[in-house]
Design a protein around this ligand. Structure first.
Ligand SMILES: Nc1ncnc2c1ncn2[C@@H]1O[C@H](COP(=O)(O)OP(=O)(O)OP(=O)(O)O)[C@@H](O)[C@H]1O
Ligand SMILES: [Mg+2]
Length: 476
């Protein structure tokens, strides 16, 4: 069989790139994207390469093999064998999984540090102490709660965990349906039992069970809203009723909890939740989320129902020393190396932000053949900035000039924004403007107000902003 794969090699015109890095990275990506090397290692593949002109000076790969003419078709196999170095590169990396993770829960060896947070959370879950966990976006709340749950499931079998995410829940009605569905599902294993238990524990109401073609994934309980209004308490009592009946203890973990503040009649709803949940003996609640000011208002405002509902815990970033160890280990596990100094630069550029350090490390790892270098870090950074540029430009399109000026001041390290000097140097208008600017930038999730600290939420955006608006290019 002969497979045809037409790949167009586009050149990135970055003067800082060395030609052979550029070729490695681009061709590797293309092959990976087209799954060529993995699926068809022994097939003949015609590889059509265009725009190869700028690779001509490539010494390591003996460029005569790549042929300078545009749109020439090559026999992929011959091409690979002839270019031994290239073949090793492709075959090695196309078979390998990236040793970094982002956008998913950090688990197993990808979960690092957090020993104290973990111990504390586990102790609270075991002791029945409600906990509220707050941190900016993507600092690792869900991973931490998940890790604590995984470890405790093995240590304390009577503890059952129920995870509820309020990310898309916009009304009380949605909340009740989601709450009931998750509790019923996660406290028994078979879907036939879900219906049985649903009827048993929600007896005053007639729940509707929606079971799709794949019952395990498509199971949902819904209610008639008019009827539900009369029996909301029964739903909120579910964790307690189930725990008594089944002689288990339940930890209810609710993510993005701040969303309840947006329900109509939120205060009355919060009062109801609190008054019912605080009586639960065999149930522990872990409530967490990322909108710090909203969560602080729910949990730290004396006039609010959830005031002192549990122990409040602020999650921090992960310190550089742990990143250095982790990055070095993940590189060496995959036959590559990176010095401690470069790992520190990598995590430093991403300000030790868990998601961004993992994402940046993955891209640097991918661009590294064997030993990571300063050039690779610098190249990868520019590559990511280019990739995100459109998105970042769009974010800025929605900002006023004063908001952009505020970001310039922040990027230049200003911390006191209301002084006369700052107001005039950065043209920020009056003192009164500052709190408006701050809260609108916070609402658009560009900055985060953390104690008296103000930070860019996205460290990559910060670097891009500094490069575009302050004309400073990062050197590694
Ligand atoms: N303990 C950890 N060790 C290593 N990486 C981590 C750790 N915790 C989080 N991360 C990294 O941060 C990313 C985001 O983690 P997670 O989803 O747990 O954060 P979150 O605070 O729940 O995010 P969100 O605010 O979006 O809900 C993970 O995909 C992973 O890349
Ligand atoms: Mg989360």
């Amino acid at each position: 069989m002969q497979m045809m794969a037409f790949l167009t090699v586009k050149t990135l015109n970055d003067p800082n790139e060395t030609p052979d890095r550029k070729l490695h990275v681009i061709i590797y990506r293309l092959l990976q994207k087209n799954d060529v090397a993995v699926k068809y290692p022994n097939e003949k593949v015609h590889l059509k390469i265009s725009e190869v002109g700028s690779f001509l000076c490539l010494p390591a790969l003996k460029m005569s093999m790549i042929m300078p003419e545009q749109n020439k078709t090559f026999l992929y196999k011959t091409f690979l064998y002839k270019t031994k170095l290239f073949y090793n590169f492709v075959s090695k990396f196309c078979k390998m999984e990236a040793p970094f993770i982002f956008g998913k829960l950090a688990e197993g060896q990808n979960f690092i540090n957090r020993e104290r947070d973990l111990e504390n959370l586990k102790l609270n879950f075991k002791s029945g102490i409600n906990t509220t966990l707050i941190s900016p976006r993507r600092w690792g709340k869900s991973s931490l709660v998940n890790q604590a749950a995984e470890q405790l499931k093995a240590e304390v079998p009577e503890l059952h965990f129920c995870f509820i995410d309020l990310f898309n829940i916009r009304s009380e009605e949605d909340f009740y349906e989601n709450f009931a569905t998750k509790l019923i599902r996660e406290t028994s294993t078979k879907w036939e039992d879900w219906i049985k238990n649903g009827k048993k524990f929600i007896s005053n109401l007639i729940p509707r069970f929606n079971v799709g073609l794949d019952p395990v994934h498509d199971f949902k309980i819904t209610f008639d809203w008019k009827e539900l209004k009369k029996s909301q308490d029964e739903i909120l009592e579910l964790p307690q009723s189930i725990s008594f009946d089944k002689k288990i203890r339940i930890v209810v973990c609710i993510d993005e909890f701040q969303n309840i503040a947006q329900f109509g009649q939120s205060l009355a709803f919060q009062k109801k939740l609190r008054s019912i949940w605080q009586k639960h003996q065999k149930v522990t609640y872990c409530l967490y989320g990322s909108k710090r000011h909203m969560l602080s208002d729910i949990f730290e405002n004396k006039s609010m129902p959830f005031y002192k509902f549990g122990e409040t815990h602020f999650l921090n970033k992960i310190d550089e020393q742990y990143w250095i160890e982790y990055i070095g280990r993940q590189f060496s596990l995959t036959g590559k190396s990176i010095s401690n100094n470069l790992s520190a630069q990598l995590s430093g550029l991403m300000e030790n932000h868990p998601y961004f350090v993992q994402m940046f490390a993955k891209n640097i790892w991918q661009n590294t053949d064997k030993n990571c270098s300063k050039d690779i870090i610098a190249f990868t950074l520019q590559e990511l900035l280019i990739q995100n540029s459109l998105l970042y430009h769009r974010e800025l399109d929605n900002l006023t000039n004063k908001q952009i000026n505020f970001l310039k001041a922040l990027a230049e390290g200003v911390s006191k924004f209301s002084t006369k000097e700052t107001l005039s140097t950065y043209d920020l208008g009056t003192q009164g403007n500052i709190s408006r600017i701050k809260s609108s930038l916070e609402n658009s999730e560009i900055i985060d107000l953390w104690g008296d600290k103000i930070e860019f939420i996205d460290p990559l955006f910060k670097l891009w902003f500094i490069q575009i608006y302050l004309g400073k290019r990062y050197s590694v």
